[in-house]
Structure formats: structure tokens, C-alpha cells
Design a protein around this ligand. Sequence first.
Ligand SMILES: Cc1cc2nc3c(=O)[nH]c(=O)nc-3n(C[C@H](O)[C@H](O)[C@H](O)COP(=O)(O)OP(=O)(O)OC[C@H]3O[C@@H](n4cnc5c(N)ncnc54)[C@H](O)[C@@H]3O)c2cc1C
Length: 334
Amino acid sequence: MTPDPRARAVEISDSVLFPGALQVDESAVLPVDRLDRLASAGFYGLAGPRECGGMGLDDMATALEVIEIIASGCLTSAFVWIQHHGAVRALVDAPRVLRDAWIEPLCTGAVRAGVAFSGLRRPGAPILTASPAGEGWRFDGFAPWVTGWGRIDVVRAAARRENGDIVWALVDAVGGPTLRPEPLRLAAVNASATVTLHFDRHLVAPERVISIQPFDEWQARDRGSLRVNGSLALGVARRCAALLESDALAAQLRECRRALDQASAETIPEERARASELALQAATILVVSGGGRSITLDHHAQRLAREALFLLVFGQTGAIKAAQLRRLYDGSHG
Ligand SMILES: Cc1cc2nc3c(=O)[nH]c(=O)nc-3n(C[C@H](O)[C@H](O)[C@H](O)COP(=O)(O)OP(=O)(O)OC[C@H]3O[C@@H](n4cnc5c(N)ncnc54)[C@H](O)[C@@H]3O)c2cc1C
């Protein structure tokens, strides 16, 4: 195996993911071999410590570039895979029993995780609640977006208890009377098998609770964690720049990456808005350059353009949305 994770990512991205990206785009569900390939290269352990079977990367810039490279190959594959890493990171600090049972299979990709937390960003009454049930909890409500259904084994789910704290739990990704996935049809990354997940008196055993976290603490961390999803937009822009063989776009990409890397919690919404604009601009240039053929379903340009549209809204927070709208209405890029 190539020792440099970036080189390994380029190899998979260029030889497996990109050549199959149009086929994935038209699939009902992402073929599992893409995820197996990422797992066998060690990438399910991207966020895991070495002693738990993870890659033990202490260099964030490398991890972010790996995400960008994989996204440049096939956004759908990257999108399903990226949902996994929060579970690995959370398990590192989880109670011993939970950590010992799950972290190694998560790091190797023997167990694949999704996440259900975006409802926490919605203002107003919580849409997924946790009430005490015996030693454990009962989850009721819904998670609006859960990606990878049918390709994940567990979901790291966040529900709010009566005092507002968040109960984080590792829930089996198995539908049933108390856990109902409602499939969503998407204009891009449809094979990501994204569902709305309905919880109806769903019981969570105490040994599946990862942590209980004050809401304010989560909000502060959420504001500081917005850099990662920016690498998906960089990945789309990177592929467009490569297909166009454009030095000008490659230079804009480097500048956008640098600005994202240097952004503070206050400035990151603006830089995320800029990154998704760059992806859209790059995909638009690719469409225009390809002429009418760009719109045929066997052309990467239309796929990348739809993916760039999707990245305008995926991982959007109130602050990112405000920055995007300000830039779009003002035409001001300051
Ligand atoms: C295809 C797809 C797949 C996804 N997969 C996952 C997944 O697997 N797991 C997961 O956890 N999340 C997932 N997400 C969620 C993703 O991170 C969200 O895009 C993001 O959290 C915003 O969700 P939303 O668009 O539903 O929010 P919306 O409710 O539409 O709000 C968008 C933003 O505006 C803010 N906002 C909304 N209303 C108001 C208001 N009245 N006042 C102030 N601010 C407001 C919200 O706080 C939010 O940040 C997915 C999203 C998409 C589109």
C-alpha cells in the first residue's frame, strides 16, 4: 500500500472512483464495492487513532486533502463515506464498553456509520427528542436527512432531552416498527440513499449512549467544525479544473483552500460560501466548454454541475446561508 495517504487517495480516485462516477450517479444505491475499496485502503480509519486500527493522522491538512481528492473522484461515494468519521471521533471519548466494542470495526470499515444530527441546527422546538426509559432512552420524532441507508450499519443520532441537553447514541441502522426510513429522491447524489428517519418510541439501550452534551457546548463546537465539508466543494472544483486543464481555476482552487484553512470560527461561513461558489463556477465553465454534449447523461459536466448545486445547500448553517445570500444579492464578493 502506498504510504502517503494523499497518493493512495489519488490512485483510488483516478482509477476507480472517477471512471465509475457516471454509473454511480445513475444507480439507485451506491455500489458497495466503492466503500469496500475505501475501507481496504484504510480510509474508514481516517479520523481514528492508530492504536484502534485508525490511520493515526495528526495532520489535519492531509486528512482534508484526502477528502477533497476522494470527492473529486465520485462525490456520491465521498458523501456516504464522510458521514462515518464523526462516529469514529466520538467513540474515542465514549464510555469504555462502547469504545472497546465499536471503534476498531469502525476504523477498519467492517462497520460503517452514518449520522443524524442536522435537526439540531433547526431553530424552534426539537424535532427529535429523548425521554428516559428505564436505564436508557426513548427517541421520538425525526431526523430530516440520514445518508447511506442500506450502506451503513449504525447511525450516530442526536436527540434533545427535556432540559435541552443532547443525547448522542449509536443506533442500529435497521428499519422496523420504531425506526422508519423514508427515502428521498435527490437531483444530485441520489445514490447516496438519503432518507428521512422517523423514530417512534425507539428504545436506546444505556450501553449505546455515546455521551450527553449541553446544547451550548455543541453549538460552539459546531461553529468550529465547518471546515471539513468545504473539502467536498473543493473536490468538485478540483475535478473540473483537471478536466478543463485550467491553470487559472487551479490557482483559484489553491487560494480558496488556503482561505478555508486559515478561516476562524467567525470567517468560516464566508469562506464556505466562497468554496461552494467556486465549485458552481468551475462546473458552469465545464458545461459551457463542452457545449450541448455537456447535457447528455454520459457527460461528467452535467453531473458535476448538479453536484455543485447540491453543495450550495448541504452542510448549510444559518450563518453560511446568510453569507451565501448576501454574496448573491449584493454581487459583493468582499
Ligand atoms: C442530500 C442531503 C443529505 C444530508 N445528509 C445528512 C446526514 O446524513 N446527516 C445529517 O446529520 N445531516 C445531513 N444533511 C443535513 C445538512 O447538513 C443540512 O444541509 C444542514 O444541516 C441544513 O439542513 P436543512 O437544509 O434541512 O436546514 P433548514 O432547516 O432548511 O435550514 C438551513 C439553515 O438555516 C437555518 N435556519 C432555518 N430556519 C431558520 C430561521 N427561522 N431562523 C434562523 N436560521 C434558520 C438553519 O439553522 C440551518 O442551518 C443532509 C443534507 C442534504 C441536503
